[in-house]
Design a protein around this ligand. Structure first.
Ligand SMILES: NC(=O)N[C@@H](CC(=O)O)C(=O)O
Ligand SMILES: [Zn+2]
Ligand SMILES: [Zn+2]
Length: 349
């Protein structure tokens, strides 16, 4: 039985850090295990301009624990009024790594997102020209489409036409939850990739709804049938470079989750690596964990992999069930099984 595994330090290609007290409380849980992360821009108000991104990046840098070199890779929130010149300048200066597309109304804080795709065509064409990736929350917002079908419908109705209208645009389908999304990524060329979350490798929709409703498992896109979870496991452990980790760690306070209309999001930053080691070991794919967490993402984004290392070792990790923030407690995602891998802190700085 493998007792330890040393890999290049992972990156998180989809992370919500929030702001203020929440940022200060959750950030150390990412800086402990990850060297870089793509920072989601769905603050209230959203991170829309390069000036917004500069200010947010500075708040993140200021909130890092002493000695941390964690690098926030900033994104801009695409709106129908986004200025292509501002985006191009933010890319040229190295400020941003991607632009994020939220269909208006699809998820948490997406009201400023896109309804009329004609209005973002020029920005997308400019992004294709300069090689700046578009990260996509891939769900249709048509209320007549069943929530469990919204990702698959998005591929046919929105994403495939959009990619055809903007040839060369590099796209990341974020937090994929279906076999259809994994198949679509495989069917495309290397301009298309996908992030897969920690929790979607662990739960299916029964975990949310059977035997009582479990708000802490509610996230968007909502977890689907078991066959889709298995398809995501197959994709994540396949060594296909188009699939990589984006935790979508999305903290909300317990009062915000545990109410008649609770918020969507799972907080997975503290225990993602122990959970992934468990999942990859179950799939006899521990030797492929590094590609998923540390190699495929940098390759897609044209960045070098980290030159530092992280060691996972056999043993129960010390992970709180809940963390305290000045905004209220935040519950850590419970995988529903005992963890037998932990990050070795012996050599970490
Ligand atoms: N995934 C979620 O359920 N929630 C995210 C938004 C998102 O990534 O869609 C959040 O910001 O809380
Ligand atoms: Zn999303
Ligand atoms: Zn997210």
């Amino acid at each position: 039985m493998t007792q330890s595994l040393t890999i290049r330090t992972p990156d998180d290609w989809h992370l919500h850090l929030r702001d203020g007290a929440m940022l200060r409380a959750v950030l150390p849980h990412s800086t402990a295990d990850f060297a870089r992360a793509i920072i989601m821009p769905n603050l209230v108000p959203p991170v829309v301009t390069s000036a917004d991104a500069t200010a947010y990046r500075d708040r993140i840098l200021a909130a890092r624990p002493a000695g941390s070199n964690f690098a926030p890779l900033m994104t801009l929130y695409l709106t129908e009024d986004t200025d292509a010149d501002d985006v191009a300048a933010a890319h040229a200066s190295g400020l941003i790594t991607a632009v994020k597309l939220y269909p208006a109304g699809a998820t948490t804080n997406s009201a400023s997102g896109v309804s009329d795709f004609d209005r973002v065509q020029a920005v997308l064409e400019r992004m294709a020209d300069i090689g700046l990736p578009l990260c996509v929350h891939g769900e249709v917002t048509d209320p007549t489409i069943d929530i469990f079908d919204r990702e698959a419908a998005f591929i046919d109705r929105v994403l495939d036409p959009l990619r055809a209208r903007v040839p060369g645009l590099r796209v990341v389908m974020e937090h994929i939850t279906t076999a259809q999304a994994a198949d679509y990524v495989r069917s495309a060329d290397s301009s298309l990739a996908a992030t897969i979350t920690t929790h979607h490798l662990v739960i299916n929709r029964n975990h949310i709804l059977a035997g009582g409703i479990r708000p802490h498992y509610y996230c968007l896109p909502v977890a689907k049938r078991e066959e889709h979870r298995l398809a995501l496991r197959a994709a994540a452990t396949s060594n296909d470079a188009r699939f990589f980790l984006g935790t979508d760690s999305a903290p909300h306070t317990d009062p915000a989750k545990l109410q008649p209309c609770g918020c969507a999001g799972c907080f997975t930053a503290p225990n993602t690596l122990p959970i992934l080691a468990h999942v990859f070991e179950e799939e006899n794919a521990l030797h492929r964990l590094e590609a998923f967490t540390s190699l495929n993402g940098p390759a897609f984004y044209g960045l070098p992999p980290n030159d530092t290392q992280l060691t996972l070792e056999r043993g129960a990790p010390q992970i709180p069930t809940q963390i305290d923030t000045d905004d209220g407690p935040v519950t850590v995602f419970d995988p529903g099984f005992d963890l037998d891998w932990r990050v070795s802190r012996a050599f970490s700085g």
